[in-house]
Every structure is written in structure tokens, then in C-alpha cells.
Design a protein around this ligand. Structure first.
Ligand SMILES: [Zn+2]
Ligand SMILES: [Zn+2]
Length: 78
């Protein structure tokens, strides 16, 4: 266990708020690294963050399979 008692800064640059108590901010659900003071900041930063945001890698090194969408909403097949 390494308890970190660091105070994180909101990742959304123009905001720059800092936690007042540890783990006050919410973490990005995908990468579990980036912190925001609120969902608004997360949403605003998302267009930029999504380029860097990666889901935490799974342990298995299985070859990546692209999941094709199973939609049948009539994609025109010309
Ligand atoms: Zn913020
Ligand atoms: Zn993320």
C-alpha cells in the first residue's frame, strides 16, 4: 500500500483548481490517471484528453480484435 497524500490539480488547464483534500477530484474512468475537479472540466478537456487517454492495459497480451458494431440500421451497400 502506498498511500499518496498528494493534492492533484484539475487537468483542465484553464481551470487549475487544486484539491483541498486528497482524492477530492474525480478520476477519468478510462485511464484512471487524469483528475478533474468536476465533470464539466472533464467534458471540456475530453476533445484533447481523448488523444492521450487510454484504457488501462489488460494483463493478457491477446492480439487485439476490433469489435465491429452489430448495427443493422441499414447501412447502404452499394
Ligand atoms: Zn476543473
Ligand atoms: Zn483518461
Amino acid at each position: 500500500m502506498d498511500e499518496e497524500s498528494a493534492y492533484y490539480e484539475c487537468h483542465y488547464a484553464p481551470c487549475a483548481r487544486i484539491e483541498r483534500e486528497p482524492r477530492q477530484f474525480s478520476i477519468c474512468g478510462r485511464c484512471q490517471e487524469t483528475r478533474y475537479c468536476g465533470t464539466q472540466c472533464q467534458q471540456r478537456d475530453w476533445p484533447y484528453h481523448k488523444k492521450y487517454c487510454r484504457e488501462r492495459p489488460h494483463r493478457e497480451c491477446a492480439p487485439q480484435q476490433l469489435m465491429l458494431p452489430h448495427r443493422t440500421d441499414g447501412a447502404p451497400d452499394r
